[in-house]
Design a protein around this ligand. Structure first.
Ligand SMILES: Nc1ncnc2c1ncn2[C@@H]1O[C@H](COP(=O)(O)OP(=O)(O)OP(=O)(O)O)[C@@H](O)[C@H]1O
Ligand SMILES: [Mg+2]
Length: 266
């Protein structure tokens, strides 16, 4: 579904300094995969998402989605940014039907679709509200309803729930996974790239984890634990090993060196 072939991206900062945000990254992602991207701040995760979204061009290599070279943004690739994914000048329901409207869907059909997705994210009661009247968690629900209503086949989520409290974030994981699994069962696809700094979020959501450091892809491994995953899933031996592996990558693992050695050997 998504193929990056020797992708590099450089930026020139205002002071003239060249930054190598991504350096020779090659990876292939299958249709329907839920992939989490992790790595320290500044390692190139948002740059990679923007390249797949078509908001940036690579300096070298190529980015392909569904067999086509990415040449710009397209409705098949929906993005949720860390902030400001909702139009403040549109009511909630009009935000959700914005994408379908742009695609030319008839009024009655797109209204029904928007209502259906608002119900799915638990916001049917605020359909006529303005975004400024909603909490941060509710706005994220609107953003999730928007990308699903839009019918995007590739969802690019850049730390979408980063600023939320623990409970709201877990509720949103359930909403996202329900919608993703349902549409995957229906269409056999709907691929997700999800950027996060949160190790547990990664382990609950991902089929596969890509770890980046200084613009390079340094690890790539599957998370095979069955779904639905709960807090108890994180206690499974495999999950504990994955967590050690991720913490070591993030430079946070100081204790239990044997566990790190065991995980690294996998
Ligand atoms: N438009 C830009 N102009 C100049 N440098 C940029 C630009 N966008 C990103 N960079 C640089 O590229 C590098 C990678 O940035 P990127 O935003 O991809 O990191 P990230 O992994 O998403 O970090 P974070 O976890 O903090 O969001 C950083 O050094 C950043 O300063
Ligand atoms: Mg980022």
């Amino acid at each position: 579904m998504i193929a990056l072939d020797h992708v590099s991206r450089r930026f020139r900062r205002a002071d003239g300094q060249i930054v190598q945000a991504l350096d020779d990254v090659s990876v292939t992602i299958a249709p329907g995969e839920f992939v989490c991207l992790v790595g320290p701040s500044g390692c190139g995760k948002s740059t990679l998402l923007q390249l797949v979204a078509g908001l940036l061009e690579p300096s070298g290599g190529s980015v392909n989605v569904a067999g086509q070279v990415v040449r710009g943004p397209a409705p098949e690739r929906g993005m949720v940014f860390q902030r400001d994914s909702v139009f403040p000048w549109l009511r909630v329901i009009d935000n959700v039907q914005y994408g379908p409207r742009c695609r030319g869907m008839k009024r009655a059909a797109r209204l029904a679709l928007a209502q259906q997705y608002l119900e799915r994210v638990g916001l049917a009661h605020v359909a006529r509200a303005w975004p400024r009247e909603l909490s941060g968690g509710m706005l994220k629900r609107v953003a999730v309803a928007m990308v699903f209503a839009n019918g995007a086949e590739v969802l690019l989520l850049d730390e979408p729930f980063g600023a939320l409290d623990y409970v709201t974030r877990h509720q949103l994981h359930d909403v996202l996974l329900d919608l993703w699994e349902e549409s995957r069962a229906r269409t056999g696809r709907r691929t997700v790239l999800f950027v996060t700094h949160d190790v547990d979020e990664c382990l609950v959501l991902a089929d596969r984890i890509l770890v980046f450091r200084a613009g390079r892809l340094v690890d790539d491994f599957p998370v095979a634990a069955p779904r639905p995953r709960t807090a108890d899933s994180l206690l499974l031996a495999d999950m504990v090993a994955h967590r050690h592996r991720l913490l070591a990558h993030l430079g946070l693992e100081r204790a239990a060196p044997r566990a790190i050695a065991g995980a690294a050997a996998q």
